[in-house]
Design a binder for this molecule. Sequence first.
Ligand code: GDP
Ligand code: IMO
Ligand code: MG
Length: 432
Amino acid sequence: MTPSFLQGNTAVVGLQWGDEGKGKIVDFLTEHADVVVRYCGGANAGHTVRIGNEKYATHLLPVGIFRPDVLNIIANGVVLDPEVLLREIDEFIGRGIAISPVNLRLSYKAHVVMPWHKAEDEFREAAAGDKGIGTTKRGIGPCYADKMHRTTAIRVADLDHEERLRERVQRILVDRNKVFKALYDAPPLEWGPIFETYRDYGRRLKPYVDDSTKLLLDAAGARKTVVFEGAHAVLLDVDHGTYPYVTSSNCSALGLYTGSGVPPQYVQNFFGIIKAYSTRVGGGPFPTEQGNNIGDYIRERGNEYGTTTRRPRRCGWFDAMAVKYAVDLCGITQIAMTLLDVLSGLDHVQICTGYKYRGARLDYFRADMDVLAEVEPIYETLPGWRGNITGARKFEELPKEAQQYVKRIEQLVGAPVKMVSVGPERTATLIR
Ligand code: GDP
Ligand code: IMO
Ligand code: MG
């Protein structure tokens, strides 16, 4: 039975710096859903789903793909790397997952990540040295930049117009090759093989191409239940995150309207995902980072290595100041807390309840890296708990200190924790 807090359509959004376990929670919620939509970012995302002993990592496919009868939509806000998508489709079909135009649709308006986007991402990061963002080098920023430039962009619909695609690839590369040579002394990219490869990708993708707005309005008309699978997280949102150490899309819940083409009243539930501590991959301010044995303890127990790049994730205490901001910004109605099991075995756990900045307490989170670089976290210390909690299936079965930790966090961030995850597997999930 659908839990009462999930009647209607639901947006799932990470409230920290990514990797909160959105894949796991979307997969769990999709038991009660008909449609799953990815609306932002691209192959920089890495969402993990564990079903029994099988582990799947998706970069572009919505995680509804693991449930038969669910329609998966890659909407217009996504920047699509056809190479990655087709590889993912082939891999999962090889593992027995049914994928066809019946359960996967792709917006004709989505922008295509081209080889020169990935090259530019690499060049820019290398040239920036230690001033770089620490991107995933998946071409995300350059592709979104071209979307805004317009004359140098390629959309999924363009793959189907052979002559136009040929002309565009040729013309764009004249320009890109000049820039890459001048700035990075890079050898030219050849337009011929790129054109042919992407034309062929277009032919393979053609049966999947559709209109996400129309599909979603039809789903609403048929009273279907829709889950929006947010990628990345609020603090990585290009407008509201810790700019410039962010990704290039509106990956807070606010991005879902433009990113999938539905009106605001389409969504009723805003499900925020938090991990029981904080992590971040790449550069940027991280006030509660623990570059010490606590950080190492969390990284090893939580297997905190990037799903997309395998980079070790930076780890630290839970930051209620930052998450409260994310809750407010997205109108979060309920929260799922993941990875609580990772904190077992510590004598004490700490929660950051506020920041001190130049001698005074800040009254609200500020997404400004100059401020965040200087703030001093104010911590509250709570007792830790011992033992393996992964087998718990009811909130009341958790050690009382773990329960107290969850309750304190929901008080501080201002939204109820309705779900707690105590292990990577689908069933290791408690509903409150
Ligand atoms: P996403 O990007 O938000 O989907 O998260 P990732 O998949 O990148 O990273 C989350 C990692 O934590 C994955 O390896 C999951 O399998 C794992 N995970 C999710 N929930 C839990 C949990 O409650 N406990 C543990 N131990 N692992 C979890
Ligand atoms: P999921 O959906 C964690 C980070 C990168 C880098 C910055 C910019 O799995 O939670 P980009 O390649 O997007 O230009 O990199 O954003 N980043 C993520 N970190 N999880 C993600 O996605 C991320 N997507 C981007 O590490 O710091
Ligand atoms: Mg991830």
